[in-house]
Design a protein around this ligand. Sequence first.
Ligand code: TRP
Length: 336
Amino acid sequence: MIDNEHSGKIVMSGIRPTGFLHLGNYFGAIRNYVRLQNEFECYFMVADLHSLTTHPDTKELKGNVHRVLAENIACGLDPEKAAIYCQSHLYETGELYLYLNMLAYKGELEKTVTFKEKARLHPQNINAGLLTYPVLQAADIIIHRASYVPVGKDQEQHLEMSRTFANRFNHRYGNIFPEPHAFNYNQELVKVPSLDGTGKMSKSENQMATLYLADDDETIMKKVKKAKTDTVADPSQGMPEAIQNLFLLMKLVCDKAVVEKFENDFKNGSIRYGDAKEQLGKDMIAFISPIREKARNILENKQYLKEVMEKGAEKARKNAGKTMELVREAIGLKYF
Ligand code: TRP
């Protein structure tokens, strides 16, 4: 067991069930989860209830929940080590959400960037669940009395609000919750650039520029071969962004010696982008295909998925149940 400022700290994170994971999800988040589960008590949850705030149609929910579970497990999340569960299976979260709602003010919720963005995109469906999305997220986290939340920059405001609600509860009713903070192993988040030369890989944008963990070998090679490299680069002028991005991707999956060879080729102006991409394509396939096949097998094994969810919910309930006893007592809901 670790014995330092981390000892006894609890880790919690939520994963949106929005279909196919890509390389950016892997290097940005999942890889950290896999490492964290060996060092901390971890709770990883599929945020199915949050998805109802924007997707009231639930036709695809089951498939998406299964897929996100299968892909995360294929990447190395281990149900024996971490609690891997669905938000909707931990009923206690709904109760804590209700209490926290009494401590969350309309004004601060309306100022949330993600709320404003979603309200702008869907003016027909500005529901109270959308407004209180950060309250539910706070409940997810603090119900486990988690201190560390491995999430990206886009979640910083939600986390800040979680701290606010936790502190407010503590001040009003008694000190129960630690302050949750974002957690990252490397200060600098790894950037996984998209294949079209600019920006990061992302779920919604250009599908040809994003490598999904479910892509078949042919698709991976095709996408990599199409990666933008057509800039005429003069090595003395430094490296154009598209080429830097190609190297960033190579560094994720290729041998160091291979990357160095192509870096040298670039420096002395002899680099052949076709060869570099062929190499990257091969190494990408070697990286992605075992994950893809593992996920496919897990996805076919519904009994296994059921067991994972049951076991995860049981572990989550055990911890959350203890918190809720303290919460009810602190609020003053014990009448006998
Ligand atoms: N809002 C997060 C996202 O969009 C998902 C999420 C829900 C979450 N509950 C959480 C993340 C609790 C961390 C902790 O990705």
